[in-house]
Design a protein. Sequence first.
Length: 404
Amino acid sequence: MIDTLLEWISLLVRWTHVIAGIAWIGSSFYFIALDAGLQPNPRLDHRVKGEAWQVHGGGFYQIQKFTVAPEFMPEHLTWFKWEAYGTWFFGFALLVLVYYLNPTVYLIDTSVMNIDPADAVPAAAASLVIGWFVYDLLCRSWFGRETARLAISGFVLLCAAAYAYTHVFSGRGAFIQVGALVGTIMAANVLVIIIPGQRKTVAALLKGQEPNPVWGQIAKQRSIHNNYLTLPVVFTMLSNHYAFTYASPRYNWLILACIFIASFLVRHWFNTLHAAGHTGAKPEWRLWPAAAVPVLCAIGLGILGQPAASVADAGAPPVTFADVRQIVDQRCHVCHAAKPKFPGFAEAPKGVMFDTPAQIKRQSPQIMAQAVKTHTMPLGNITEITDAERSTLGTWIVSGSKLN
């Protein structure tokens, strides 16, 4: 009953996280597009930087952006912040529920580093805070005065984090930690930089003072950072469903770096597209083939880094289903059963069960992919399957997955 209740809590937290994330990313994309599409209009107030006319849902909208702030504050002002806070809060709660409360399942892989759970969880959580401070100091330093230089150094920071995570945690845990780090940076940008700057502007207006334009400039810089980081963080959240992205112990961090580059290029294409529609410039279509290059590199690295399938030598004795059943029962069935015995699992992960010979045969392609080729199963090798046993499974599958 407790396990079922925990599963429901996990589902509801994940659902809320996704809903808040959609709202946050949607508003980020919209306002970047709006800002790029502003047109100057000399007939408007001199404080207005530009305006945009939009049509949606059968109605027309005229939107104006002030260079710093209007002359007076309206009675009602909408703040875009709770989407960011909600996304991070429920995302971190999910990180705790899935990874930090059960570190030996998803976070730790002893073949990467034999780290104690009592050390792994605090290190993983502390790295999120440390990562934010390093990034923030980078932005405030002389590096932050030049956009290209800051972008390159920020990318190097992400690559360094990915490299460090993949050499401490499991591939799956490392990718999700990178996503959590990026999400923390994005949410902290809103909490620590963007919203406080806007509050200073509002406070100055209420006092009848001229707001400092620097507050808005810094907030816009961090907002643009968040805009470009959205696609990479979404990828890391999806990666746990595709073990081939993180299974290579040598190249997984490089694969993630390639995906980062492709994501930045795709996001930049959309941003330039919005601007081109209003300036008359042609969209940067060359960004699409440019983005395809790092994706192809990621695919190549994934293939290159994939472990060779373990199969017994030609002269070895034939493998019987009895041999396979013994391995499956000992190494896999603890989780993949109608009633799992492993703590924290109320049901078989992804509905994959090995209770009967027919189920084992039906899932043999997945066994080959997850346990023989990529070594991603068992998770963190918590049941200590050996290379010889992987070879036995691979030989049985290659020979036809026979039950007799």
